[in-house]
Ligand binder design. Structure first.
Ligand code: HEC
Ligand code: HEC
Length: 197
């Protein structure tokens, strides 16, 4: 995890300059803004790195809420909070709309059968909110989990489990804290290998 964050921070240094000049040069300002995001999150928000979440196709309300919470400091982050300080609320809203309109593309991942089997049993505790196999969130404040990177899901669950990490959503924290450590790994891998929309 340390390694991943180090890499992301190194990238931030190179990208901040790009973000400043790009909008003036590109014909479509939103494409220019989104290009910065795509450097880390992948083209159209489809991530190719296991520690970087896909964001294309998550709901607009969820994306906007997270970004505003990071900008205000209400939500912990290693990278995004610092980055978003340079964006207006209007730019954040436009980016949320832009990425929400992209298709959700579950990534290609594999996990051992036994891990997926165990994870499926654990996932029964998640379906009321995240939907069957994590692919049908019950409301626009809830993210898709199907085909998200296993390593990222595991990292996020571990953050919700740690009271020292400031993540405001109490119900999700409670749910994460009820899991055994092995179940965190299993359910993350189960969600990650789901291909359905
Ligand atoms: C330097 C790399 C980097 C850039 C550039 C970047 N992000 Fe991120 N993003 C991250 C990392 C790392 C995380 C995981 C949370 C954290 O540690 O901040 C993340 C998490 C997110 C999440 C949370 C996804 C989820 O479901 O948990 C959203 C939404 C997001 N970024 C949107 C954006 C947008 C929009 C932009 C462009 C303005 C952007 N990011 C630019 C690295 C980056
Ligand atoms: C009561 C509804 C509810 C239940 C039950 C629930 N979640 Fe969540 N989950 C949410 C909401 C809402 C969020 C967004 C929380 C936030 O804003 O921080 C979330 C966020 C997450 C995230 C972060 C994803 C990302 O992209 O950053 C993960 C991982 C997750 N849930 C996994 C699970 C797992 C695994 C279970 C079952 C063990 C579960 N959740 C049960 C509502 C729920």
């Amino acid at each position: 995890m340390k390694k991943a964050i180090g890499r992301a921070c190194a990238l931030t240094l190179c990208l901040v300059g790009g973000a400043m000049v790009a909008p003036a040069m590109a014909a479509d300002p939103i494409e220019a803004l989104a290009a910065t995001c795509n450097n880390c999150h992948g083209l159209n928000g489809v991530s190719v790195g296991a520690s970087m979440p896909s964001i294309g196709g998550q709901s607009e309300a969820y994306l906007r809420m997270l970004m505003l919470e990071w900008k205000s400091g209400a939500r912990y982050s290693a990278t995004m909070g610092r980055l978003l300080k340079g964006y207006s609320d209007e730019q954040i809203a436009a980016l949320a709309k832009y990425f929400a309109a992209k298709p959700w593309v579950p990534s290609e991942q594999r996990a051992p059968d036994q891990v997926v089997f165990n994870g499926r049993l654990v996932s029964d505790r998640c379906t009321t909110c995240h939907g069957e196999r994590g692919g049908q969130p019950s409301d626009s404040a809830t993210p898709r989990l199907n085909g998200q990177w296993a390593m990222y899901l595991e990292m996020e669950l571990n953050k919700y489990r740690d009271d020292a990490v400031n993540l405001p959503h109490r119900k999700m924290r409670k749910n994460a804290q009820k899991l055994e450590q092995a179940e965190v790994y299993e359910v993350s891998n189960f969600m990650a290998v789901q291909k359905g929309q």
